[in-house]
Design a binder for this molecule. Structure first.
Ligand code: ARG
Length: 400
């Protein structure tokens, strides 16, 4: 029988998919569960896949490659979609797609499969990433094909003895990894409704956050966070530590009405404590180590980069080209940022770098001022020349 590798989360849709693919396509199903920092019991998921009829069930711990090859490149670029969403799910999909393709090659499978519906961004990210890496590999998306409502999917599961996960009782649709957690559906679909407390699992309500602020100092090397309070940490450990302390202070709650690639607006809530703190700290370090022109240009790149990630184009040539630009721009983004966490907020308390362009003797108003003020009138004379000329020839009063 032909084989297919299914990205398996252990949830309702992908559990039903194991049986559905076997029946509909007469294929042997191999499951692949990728750990990118979601909290589930991986061995239980593996066992469940085998019990539901998978011929093999793989679990891959991909947290290090996720952080080092996807999350940190995005952080270096300050890639935040529409100024709000740190792209956690969007960064995870190309990596899962890559592992699906690798597993399919190793196992001689003719197809890969995922549990996305036909309405979201994730289907695009999976399909385009797989197509980029293995153009000939077939892609099966059962939940996009089977046309079952949620109730029908539950009935299908019941009639085939597929255990229904407790998460099915939740009114929300949730996706999470170590860069963030997204929550949609239920009452959140009314953008006027404030998210109820039960939406937030990671972050403390700012109301209940400690009355005393915490400070942490994050060290960066060429744009990559490498230490907390002077202690060197791996990317995963560092992200987890920032996550813990920021969550405790209620930092990283995001309410975003976003523009999906498939043309609809959707209201999504995110919890992204580590992403919020690290992005802010990174930007604070860039503010002292990059020139004004570099900062302005980086902003343009950041928004392009974020769109590419969101729109499923991680493996595109342009994304790779931008990554080269970003790496070059980070050459001197090395130093430390002191961050204050307090009642849902993340403040920058201090920043320093051996490459800081901030020059005290130029900035100060105290003694030691080295700024040559006598050069200012000449500078202003030339700077204002076009405005003076224009207002003489085209009197301002006559313009609307
Ligand atoms: N709206 C976000 C995005 O498109 C989050 C998607 C979460 N995915 C999910 N299957 N619930 O990246």
């Amino acid at each position: 029988m032909d084989k297919v590798v299914l990205a398996y989360s252990g949830g309702l849709d992908t559990s039903v998919a194991i049986k559905w693919i076997k029946d509909k396509y007469s294929m042997d199903v191999i499951t692949l569960t990728v750990d990118i920092g979601n909290v589930a019991d991986l061995e239980a998921i593996r066992q469940k896949a085998l019990k539901l009829g998978a011929i093999k069930a793989f679990v891959i711990d991909a947290r290090e490659p996720f952080v080092n090859s996807f999350v940190f490149p995005a952080l270096k670029a300050n890639a935040i979609y529409e100024g709000q969403y740190p792209l956690a799910s969007a960064l995870g999909r190309p990596l899962i797609a890559q592992l699906l393709v690798e597993t399919a090659k190793k196992e001689n499978a003719v197809a890969v499969a995922h549990g996305c519906t036909g309405k979201g961004n994730d289907q695009v990210r999976f399909d385009v990433s797989v197509a980029a890496l293995a153009p000939k590999l077939r892609i099966i998306a059962p939940a996009r094909e089977w046309n079952m409502t949620r109730e029908q999917t539950i009935e299908y599961a019941q009639s085939h003895n597929i255990p229904i996960p407790i998460t099915v009782a939740s009114p929300y649709s949730i996706d999470e990894n170590l860069w963030g957690r997204s929550i949609e559906c239920g009452v959140l679909e009314d953008p006027w409704t404030e998210p109820p407390d039960d939406v937030f699992i990671w972050t403390k309500s700012p109301n209940e956050a400690p009355d005393k602020a915490d400070y942490i100092t994050i060290g960066f090397d060429e744009g990559i966070p490498i230490s907390i309070d002077g202690q060197r940490l791996s990317g995963v450990a560092l992200t987890q530590q920032v996550h813990e302390i920021a969550s405790r202070h209620g930092v990283g709650r995001i309410d975003h009405v976003e523009n999906r690639l498939v043309g609809i607006k959707s209201r999504e809530i995110y919890e992204a404590p580590a992403a919020t703190v690290l992005t802010k700290a990174h930007q604070a370090l860039e503010a002292i180590t990059l020139s004004k022109d570099q900062l302005r240009f980086n902003n343009i790149v950041a928004s392009q980069y974020a769109d590419l990630i969101y729109n499923g184009l991680w493996f595109s040539g342009l994304r790779q080209d931008l990554a080269c630009y970003v790496d070059s721009s980070q050459k001197y983004v090395t130093g430390e940022v002191k961050v204050k966490l307090y009642k849902g907020n993340c403040h920058i308390a201090g920043r320093k770098s051996p490459y800081s362009l901030y020059d005290y003797s130029l900035a100060t108003y105290d003694k030691g001022d080295a700024f040559d003020k006598s050069a200012s009138p000449g500078f202003i004379h030339i700077w204002g020349l076009p405005v003076r000329t224009q207002s003489q020839i085209q009197p301002r009063a006559q313009r609307r």
